[in-house]
Design a protein around this ligand. Structure first.
Ligand SMILES: C[S@@+](CC[C@H](N)C(=O)[O-])C[C@H]1O[C@@H](n2cnc3c(N)ncnc32)[C@H](O)[C@@H]1O
Length: 163
């Protein structure tokens, strides 16, 4: 499989998992959290498809395309290891959808970071809320969900707080 194939599979899976999670959490009122703004493509997809919920973006350095840059009041600037605990204090366990795309090209580093950040993501999710990630996460209480049929296994992961 070429790097182009891997990239396309990741993008197709990301969109399929986000569309699935948006539909599954429609009707819930808590905020949506985008962890890792990057170019802003997935943020733009979330805001294009979610009208009824606030979206907050966690990013250490905003360098997104100007066409998909969140407003300053939507942006929680800094390292997620600090901004996630602050968000828990501010919002409580109210997030209806958390999307994390924090990794880079080094899969080993991504996995180490996923292990560190999982315990900070877990408590912010509301009951019934979904967490979509590009990396496998390490949760105690969130339950791994089946992927939508368009997603490629291993390229995207979905977890749910059931109770
Ligand atoms: C792969 S990009 C996200 C791409 C985005 N999903 C898109 O569609 O354009 C990852 C982003 O996560 C951010 N990031 C990585 N680790 C972070 C951390 N510990 N705290 C805050 N932001 C972080 C990076 O700065 C980068 O902008």
């Amino acid at each position: 499989m070429s790097r182009l194939d891997v990239f396309i599979n990741r993008m197709v899976s990301q969109r399929a998992c986000l569309d699935h999670a948006i539909a599954e959490t429609r009707g819930m009122s808590g905020p949506v959290f985008e962890l890792g703004l990057g170019n802003g493509r997935t943020f733009d997809h979330l805001r294009a498809n979610i009208q009824e919920r606030d979206i907050f973006v966690f990013e250490r350095k905003v360098e997104s395309n100007p066409a998909s840059t969140p407003d300053p009041e939507q942006t929680l600037l800094g390292d997620v290891m600090e901004t996630l605990p602050a968000a828990l204090e501010r919002f409580g366990a109210t997030a209806t959808l958390v999307h994390a795309d924090l990794g880079g090209h080094n899969l080993e580093k991504n996995d180490i970071f996923a292990r560190k950040v999982s315990p900070l993501i877990e408590p912010i999710l509301a009951v019934g809320g979904l967490m979509v990630s590009s990396d496998r996460m390490y949760f105690d209480d969130l339950v791994k969900q089946p992927l939508p049929k368009e997603a490629i296994p291993g390229r995207c992961f979905i977890y749910r707080r059931e109770a």
